[in-house]
Design a protein around this ligand. Sequence first.
Ligand code: SAM
Length: 237
Amino acid sequence: MVYLVGAGPGDPELITLKGRRLLGEADVVIYDRLVGKDILDYARVGAELVYAGKKSTYHSRPQDEINALMVEKATLGNMVVRLKGGDPSIFGRGGEEARFLQKAGISFEIVPGVTAASGFSASSGIPLTDRRVSSAVTFVAGHTMQGRGIDDLPWRAFSSLGHTLVFYMALTNMNAITERLISGGLSATTPAAAAMSATTPEARIVRSTLAGIAGEAEAAGLKAPVLLVIGEVAGLE
Ligand SMILES: C[S@@+](CC[C@H](N)C(=O)[O-])C[C@H]1O[C@@H](n2cnc3c(N)ncnc32)[C@H](O)[C@@H]1O
């Protein structure tokens, strides 16, 4: 059996009770880079802990290898927790891994987690929606799959939505993202916030405008993981 468990955005107390219980029971825990180290303290003493972290610039373990490892460990009769940052199904390849397990005939269950945008919102006080200024929120991957560049995204549509936009994996492309939104017609003075390592002791937040946020985030030396939030909600007092 494999459990695809969301660890939440970093604060170890933001994992679900179910996720924590499963971690305490698992024989093998395969965890990602963005999983807060303290969360691994919930693992059973003697459990095998396997790092499967990925960075956009390198993959310490290719996805095929992670898939094969889950199947191998589960086939040997182990209870496996595949621990992922945030929510497994939001830019977390939870769906891909679930389909792979299904095809391999391995039983699995997905346990949701608090996604980075929710963690950011709670810890910064910036709501993702607010009935005064934004009645919807769109989550976008600011860094797309190999072979598909960010120019394949519908920038004109994003610019005209009139609601909150949250870009995950936003750091390296922040200039490109903001330029495309402005070219698409979104006002350069739209409030924006960039949040690094939300909900952790390293958390930092930079607030600016759409035109200014990339430069200010760079000047502030923000490092991954960074979330970019654009819209009137970021300017609410
Ligand atoms: C591959 S995605 C995984 C998202 C994850 N599945 C989730 O639901 O939050 C990684 C991106 O999530 C965002 N992220 C994850 N944790 C974060 C945090 N604590 N603070 C800010 N952004 C975070 C960053 O944009 C990072 O580049």
